[in-house]
Design a protein around this ligand. Sequence first.
Ligand code: HEC
Length: 155
Amino acid sequence: MRKILRVPLARRIGLAALVLLAAIQFIPVNRANPAVDWSQSIYATLPMPAEAKAVFERSCKNCHSDETSWPWYSYVAPVSWFVARDVHQARAAMNLSEWGGYSANQKTDKLEEICEQLTNGDMPDRKYTLIHWHARLTAKERDLVCQWTEDSREY
Ligand code: HEC
């Protein structure tokens, strides 16, 4: 008797979860990519070797630029909420597309910060490299980008 009662309850909970999951898909998520003014991008404002540019494009730009390629899971709530929050926070912290808008001091700080984050292994974000293996950096790439940040600081 008990067993029979348990089944519909589990089903009801399952159904309620499905309905809830379906309902939250309608909550709007801001996945807008602001229009890019190329003259303001880091590539237009700082000389950068192609190898360093390749690292930024491969491992950072999805979060730290206005040119985000939103992955499929960024369309599925509730994961989409966290992805969008990460991108908005990342853009606010450092936006490669809007580099030209930073003051000389901010640029220097961010360049220092880039090397620091790479050296600590804090960036690219671990949640991201867990899924996007190709975004991982080799030691050689880290050194190359760090060297470039040092060379670029007097600009
Ligand atoms: C999955 C998204 C994601 C990726 C990919 C990513 N970052 Fe970040 N990054 C963030 C977020 C989110 C923050 C803000 C963290 C905070 O505010 O606590 C951040 C912060 C930073 C900061 C700190 C800026 C400051 O002034 O405080 C730097 C520098 C940085 N990231 C560099 C990089 C570099 C370089 C790469 C590529 C090698 C990269 N990030 C890849 C999400 C990302």
